[in-house]
Design a protein around this ligand. Sequence first.
Ligand code: SF4
Ligand code: SF4
Length: 396
Amino acid sequence: MVVVAEGARATRERSSSRAVSKELPAVLTASQLGILIEALVRRGYAVVAPTVRDGAIVYDQVESVHDLPAGWTDEQAPGQYRLKRRDDEALFGYTVGPQSWKKYLHPAEVRLWAAERQGRTFRILNNEAKAEAPRAFLGVRACELAAIAVQDRVLLEDKYRDPIYGARRWGALLIAVQCTQSAATCFCASMGTGPAISNGADLVLTELLGPQGHRFLIRPGSERGAELLDEIQTTPATEADVNQSEAGVKEAARQQTRAIDTNGIKELLYQNFEHPRWDHVAARCLTCANCTMVCPTCFCTTVEDVSDVTGDHAERWRRWDSCFTQTFSYIHGGSVRTSGKARYRQWMTHKLASWIDQFGTSGCVGCGRCITWCPVGIDITEEVRALREGENHGNP
Ligand code: SF4
Ligand code: SF4
């Protein structure tokens, strides 16, 4: 376990060993992005990137640039998501979909071990994880880099470290893309996590469209990224390219209509346990747990033991869990959070207040997924605002 944790630490150190270069931006044409993917494959990476499936942008392994969602964009609102065509061939002309990179780094289901009956006892089978190719994540957004940093802190930097996360994080190459447009549900600018990218990535791209052609401004963010970039033929960026990139990112921030005022947010939550707004939100919340499943920072899991019908084969699985289920807080004889009100309050108070005490950072990066994928459109930014409007209301 220590080895894995040290490996992960080394990964982070290597990733952060070089701040995203401001001096040496280069330009890659859209067709050269395919060459970058080929270079990654040659180096043994499984390349995972956005692709279109089932009416949404999801992350999956890609073989070529043709697997990316060319000419698609998304429209998001509380409880709503749909894809529509763009009038150009942008490859990253959308924001975040229902999945985050947590799908790969902290997977929803992991078999911890298996055992077989042997006479009157059990024999633990060889449970060594199969060696997998390291992954290159292409298209990581600023809020998602922030979410990965949050999960690094939670899962690798405390006394008890998660070797499963560490093994997956170790070796993962992060190729980020700066957002030049925001969804109506994004609020990363107010959380200080985006849309500009300053560190945490191996390479940083900004997609540029217009009369100068379809191209990408590209900067290394680590030694690994710089080495990779050396393999690809690029042209030096012009001042106009850099200006267009900066203007695009500023525009993405300007488009954000939602925000959380984070001033004194911890105290706000701690001082309002009895605020009537919790009843208001509980009357709408279905306790379906969607918000925790889509959240890129939520990390809670449960452990389940299963056996086959003969009882000869048994397995232990780790699966994502959610503070929205009643069983999550079951302690010898009952759940301590029996109401939807208690569970919603727990989730939001943990995200925005006690997470700061535990890990020194907010548990929310402003990606907006919990707003889009809540079936009844509950909006965390609106809930915080409602609490602020009646601070301390109802408290003893
Ligand atoms: S709480 Fe919502 S907006 Fe914040 S990181 Fe999680 S899913 Fe994104
Ligand atoms: S806030 Fe929305 S997504 Fe989250 S548990 Fe309630 S109904 Fe489900």
